[in-house]
Ligand binder design. Sequence first.
Ligand code: ZN
Length: 241
Amino acid sequence: MLLAVISDVHANLEALETVLRDIEGRGVEQILFAGDAVGYGPDPGQCLNLIERLCAEKVAGNHDRAVTGHTPLEYFNENARLALEWTLQQLSDEEMELLKGYEIQKSLKEPGAMLVHATPRFPDSWQYILSLQDAWRAFHHFDEQFCFIGHSHIPFIIELTDSGEIAGPVQEVAVSESSRYIVNSGSVGQPRDRDPRAAYTLWKEDGVEIIRVEYDFRETQQKMAAAGLPSALIARLEWGV
Ligand code: ZN
């Protein structure tokens, strides 16, 4: 079994294509998507269609839900809102239907994981898991061995052992049958951990690992500038913030 989990693509086609090539090169059998296909970036339609074609399971992120009208635009800061308003003008009716089909969370019997963008506790209130305490609370709201999330754009793996000890965050872990895990895949299209490389999760039989890949963010930046997207959103791709 070899799976990949991707999250927070945010309409960054260069990052998504680079990650998908890396995934393909490793012989991954199935790709899961943890939300935020669109928002911020310049290629929402193309990213949506790639995710639709290549990801076996998908859930919605807050930006996806904003575009479909479920989450109010007022929830977002100004730059995010401007990018969402731009995104709304780009998507075709068919692409909008794809987004509307995304569920808010999914319990996957096979391979045994919860897939949700923000938290399993209140999936559509868009809270963040940023600390061990947040993670501790979240562990009580899913039954599966793994919960794959995104949302903060900061990758981590946190482990809860059967004796109730919580460990992490780490970027790689050997999986123990008796432990449970919350894994944030970080962001494909807008990393925020001061590492501009695209991030995703590789889920192997015996371990979970956050993978980082360099991509051509300059090309993404040029497209964003041509589209008139906010300059702060363009600059952050270079610094991974
Ligand atoms: Zn996001």
